[in-house]
Design a protein. Structure first.
Length: 368
């Protein structure tokens, strides 16, 4: 098995996959020092599509599992499928559900899936004029992939105008910010519901909540995620079933009708507003840090699930979960999410070994 990526999510994936009795050899590209204790790390970047494909062919990999969004958006699944190499994840066209917020928003509107009112802009003038007409707060989003950092919740017109100019004029997010989606601010409680799907069957995972603001008290800039917990109490079985029926299954069916069937993990970022569900975003992979709290709750062999998705036979599989809770806290270097300080020693990891209820997943670390 080959796991692609090198963050905390991929460490959690490698940790869970390594528990399968079916695994005889586990690779990770590029991996990290924590993953290196479980798998052989290969010096190939997650976006080196040709290098990864050639490695998988050469090593006769039985299943490649993609962690991050960038290689999915670049078409790694298409490259592997062309060579008939088994892989877990959606094709490039289906991964647009995450790679383009404008595409995702348009699809939701067409399918009648509840979401915030929004407009998409490519020029500064019309975007600023739209901002000036709206009540605050408002949300300004870079259309493309920005590692979870391309969303600005603007409390004032000045903040909103600056966010628009940063993306469209100052190229703060490069090509990802060449288009912006400006949408109404939704006030409620956030919930993440992820699901395995083979394009037909949709199997939700335990619901999670992640917390994106950098500092205590829900303050500071948005990050890729400072922590998460699962199963989130607000995500009752009835609510998760409603998410499956009214949001996840319609999106999967809609993408199939467009000729872009979705295989992999579909992530719905939701806001519960006065008891009503609204979609904030879709992602085409496991969340990070949500994966770190959801995967430990999987009782069924994860490799069996991933293989069933890749082989389009998820309907024949029963998945069991541990009736427990998991909490993740992200330890981030000073300066994150801007320019974090590098090279800070991390002490005390050895003392945590042997504690069954404590897991440490690496991201952005280097060995000594």
């Amino acid at each position: 098995v080959l796991v692609v990526g090198g963050g905390g999510r991929e460490h959690a994936l490698a940790w869970k996959v390594a528990q399968s009795p079916r695994v005889t050899k586990l690779y990770c590209a590029p991996g990290n020092p924590g993953i290196a204790r479980l798998a052989e790390c290969v010096p190939l970047a997650a976006d080196d599509l040709a290098g990864l494909r050639d490695f998988a062919r050469r090593q006769r990999i039985d299943l490649t599992v993609i962690g991050p969004e960038a290689p999915l958006a670049a078409g790694i699944v298409d490259e592997f499928r062309k060579d008939k190499l088994p892989i877990f994840g959606p094709h490039k066209a289906a991964a647009r559900i995450e790679a383009s917020k404008a595409f995702s928003k348009d699809l939701m509107v067409r399918l009648g899936i509840p979401t915030a009112d929004a407009q998409t802009f490519t020029a500064v003038g019309p975007a600023l004029a739209y901002v000036d007409q709206r009540d605050m707060p408002i949300v300004v989003k870079a259309d493309g992939l920005a590692q979870g950092k391309g969303v600005v919740v603007a409390a004032t017109h000045a903040e909103a105008r600056d966010a628009v100019r940063a993306m469209l004029e100052r190229n703060a997010f490069g090509e990802a910010g060449s288009r912006v989606v400006i949408e109404e601010f939704l006030d409620g409680e956030e919930l993440t519901v992820m699901a395995f799907t083979d394009g037909q069957t949709v199997m939700p995972l335990p619901p999670a909540q992640d917390h994106k603001r950098a500092r205590d008290g829900d303050t500071g800039p948005n990050t890729g995620g400072m922590g998460a917990y699962a199963a989130a109490p607000i995500g009752t079985r009835d609510l998760v079933d409603r998410v499956r029926r009214t949001i996840l299954e319609p999106i999967v069916e809609g993408l199939s009708r467009l000729g872009n069937p979705f295989h992999g993990v579909l992530y719905a970022g939701l806001m519960i507003v006065r008891g009503e569900l609204k979609v904030l975003e879709f992602n085409a992979r496991l969340g990070d840090p949500e994966a770190q709290v959801v995967l430990p709750l999987v009782k069924t062999d994860l490799l069996e699930i991933l293989t069933a998705v890749a082989e389009h036979r998820l309907d024949r599989l029963t998945v069991d979960w541990h009736e427990r809770a998991a909490v993740c806290v992200v330890l981030a270097a000073p300066g994150y999410p801007g320019l974090p300080t590098k090279g800070i020693p991390i002490h005390g990891l050895a003392e945590t070994e042997g504690q069954d209820d404590l897991l440490i997943f690496h991201a952005g670390t280097a060995g000594t």
